[in-house]
Design a protein around this ligand. Structure first.
Ligand SMILES: Nc1ncnc2c1ncn2[C@@H]1O[C@H](COP(=O)(O)OP(=O)(O)O)[C@@H](O)[C@H]1O
Ligand SMILES: [Mg+2]
Length: 242
């Protein structure tokens, strides 16, 4: 599959071919601009490939009815929106059919690890977030990220896609979140993007991107044995933690 953004001459991703099965957790790694978020958008069918195809669970994405397809997705895009709504509504917009269901919202918050944060707000789930309204509570980037993650958990979808959900979290918080994810992604197809190799190493499969191309693919052990780009980047990061 190749994809070029409208108005661009160079493809953002080229000659990619991969298939993700239900039950699999796949990590996408690669430097900024390597095409990771573009793959997320292609998987969610916000764009169709310029040539080639995306295959999910054995079918070209275009084979699915988009409405049915989207029901099966929980996506946290990298550029998630910070809605100036209450904490509860901020999470509830992840599934408009259930935006008024407090139990569903609190369950999503708990699964994302955002429940204690929200309970610390003056009016808990009824607290307006953002500083634009009088009495609004403004959040740090990491706190917004937890809210956005809870939004992604509003649906019990089969396909979970997280684009750098943990970028604003410290390593311990990222590790906690990843443990949560592993339990949640049981039986689902999970694709996540992170720059921290300490968490991506536990994925069933790791795809390494460079300049829009898939340069390596395998488990952590396989890629370490390959002793290529992944192994080099992993060792570099591991050294910085020593
Ligand atoms: N909406 C867009 N329009 C045009 N070019 C884009 C757009 N989004 C991303 N790109 C370009 O596509 C390439 C891949 O970007 P992206 O998928 O965001 O990479 P990553 O998520 O790995 O940092 C980059 O060269 C980027 O500049
Ligand atoms: Mg990105």
């Amino acid at each position: 599959m190749t994809f070029t953004y409208p108005g661009k001459t160079e493809p953002a991703v080229s000659n990619l071919s991969f298939e993700i099965r239900l039950g699999e957790t796949v990590a996408l790694v690669g430097r900024n601009g390597s095409g990771k978020s573009t793959i997320v958008k292609l998987l969610a069918r916000l764009y169709d490939p310029s040539s080639g195809q995306v295959i999910v669970d054995g079918h070209d994405l275009r084979w699915y009815d988009p409405q049915d397809l989207w029901k099966e997705y929980s996506v946290m895009f990298q550029d998630f929106v910070e809605y100036q709504l209450t904490a509860g509504e901020n999470i509830g917009v992840g599934n408009l059919e259930e935006i008024t269901d407090e139990l569903v919202i609190e369950d999503a918050a708990q699964r994302a690890g955002a429940d204690r944060l929200i309970e610390s707000f003056p009016e808990e789930y009824d607290t307006i977030l953002g500083k634009w309204f009088e009495g609004g509570t403004n959040l740090s980037g990491g706190e917004w990220q937890r809210i956005a993650l809870a939004r992604a958990f509003m649906r019990d979808a089969q396909i979970l896609i997280l684009d750098e959900p943990t970028a604003a979290l410290d390593p311990q918080a990222e590790f906690d979140l990843f443990k949560r994810l592993t339990a949640l992604s049981e039986g689902k197809m999970t694709l996540f993007i992170s720059h921290r190799f300490s968490t991506t190493r536990y994925a069933d499969r790791i795809l390494v991107l460079d300049g829009g191309r898939l340069i390596e693919s395998g488990t952590h052990d396989e890629l370490m044995a390959l002793d290529g780009v992944y192994a080099e980047l992993f060792d570099l990061q591991a050294a910085s933690y020593r």
